[in-house]
Design a protein around this ligand. Structure first.
Ligand SMILES: [Zn+2]
Length: 374
């Protein structure tokens, strides 16, 4: 390669590299990976009906759900905890999701009850279970740990029959609760509106399969295997398709709703409302004050979600960085008040000053204003 060509190649490479850099979008939330967990399996049949096992229904629904997601969102990666009839320990299920850094965990189950008339679907998120029937579900869905050879070591002395153990567990998974509830609500809505299922609601319970998840997670009880009609429905291809498509639609709506919000704090709705100082209030002064809240090489959209709910953020490019500020006034008293207010949310926010567009130390700005008043 002669020097000229090498230069051209080098420049071209640099050019495309920088294109790639600039093409990088600012922190937009994307739901990219979902783990679908078919409850039970192998030596653990789950709830037992007259004609089938829970483990077989959950697997069929899980595979159908995964197929719908892949079909409609080819960019979403679908992972399963199992795709065949095998036994998997409870903590292994969330470990799969954690190690793959999944964005969502969906566990699929079938309910059971001594009362053969009990019917309907419920969706669980991690939490305290106060209602007696929730506790029954918890004991049943957690009981499998007893089939695991060393459950006492694996779950730190956890005893599925002790109420204390359940309460301790709920302390672990609160961070993702809000999103989990959001998805659970969508699931129940779809079951009720479109699949015609009896709605038993969104419930909280200390479920082992959810408690270690480092992402939002839900456990869906898709109906009662002990209810003859529901067992028949859940065993049919059509019934499984209806359940799976309802969960799929809930997934779709949840994903769309989350992705509409951009930034690093998609969940925080605006908390701080900054008085409208965007309009320049300079009077006769040449000095302008602003409160700087962040500085970053990243170009962020100036929406409240990106700045802990603060409204009216302005972005200015300074050399190779972006400066994010609020406020725009010549009144030092006013900017001090704003700084105090902002520090409630961003403790290291501080006042910066400009004289005819050039940044100057605040002290110097105050001196200029003193002279202006004379
Ligand atoms: Zn189950």
């Amino acid at each position: 390669m002669n020097a000229n060509i090498r230069n051209i190649v080098f420049t071209t490479v640099i050019f495309f590299c920088s294109l790639a850099l600039f093409a990088q979008k600012p922190d937009i939330y994307r739901l990219k990976k979902v783990v679908i967990d078919a409850g039970h399996g192998g030596k653990d049949p789950g709830a037992v009906g007259k004609n089938c096992y829970e483990k077989d229904i959950t697997l069929k629904i899980a595979l159908k759900l995964g197929a719908y997601i892949k079909q409609n969102f080819p960019d979403v990666e679908v992972l399963y905890t199992r795709t065949t009839d095998v036994f998997i320990e409870l903590d292994e299920r969330s470990a799969v999701a954690n190690s793959h850094k999944a964005d969502l965990f969906i566990s699929i189950h079938v309910d059971a009850n001594k009362n053969t008339k009990a019917s309907g679907t419920s969706t669980y998120v991690m939490g305290l279970h106060r209602a007696e029937d929730n506790l029954e579900v918890v004991k049943r869905e957690n009981a499998v740990v007893k089939l695991e050879s060393d459950y006492k070591t694996a779950y730190g002395g956890f005893d599925p029959d002790s109420p204390e153990s359940h309460i301790v567990m709920t302390l672990f998974q609160n961070a993702y609760l809000e999103r989990s509830i959001r998805l659970a609500t969508q699931v129940q809505k779809q079951f009720n509106d479109r699949a015609g299922r009896n709605d038993r609601g969104v419930r909280q319970a200390g479920l082992i399969v959810l408690w270690n998840c480092t992402m939002p997670g839900i456990l869906i009880e898709t109906g009662f295997i002990t209810n003859a009609e529901e067992e028949k429905f859940l065993m049919s291809d059509n019934g499984q398709a209806m359940i799976a498509s309802a969960i799929y639609r809930a997934f779709r709506d949840y994903k769309n709703e989350l992705e509409k919000k951009t930034g690093t704090q998609p969940d925080n709705d605006p908390k701080v409302v900054v008085p409208d100082l965007k309009k320049t209030e300079t009077g006769s002064s040449t000095v302008i004050y602003k409160v700087q809240i962040a500085s970053s090489p990243k170009k962020l959209e100036t929406i409240p979600q990106n700045f802990k709910g603060i409204k009216g953020v302005e972005r200015t490019k300074v050399e190779n960085k972006y400066r994010y500020t609020v406020g725009n006034t010549s009144d030092f008293e006013q900017i001090t008040k704003l700084q105090t207010e902002i520090r409630g949310t961003i403790p290291d926010a501080y006042i910066i000053a400009f004289n005819i567009g050039t940044q100057i130390p605040v002290k110097q700005a105050l001196e200029i204003q003193k002279k202006e008043k004379k």
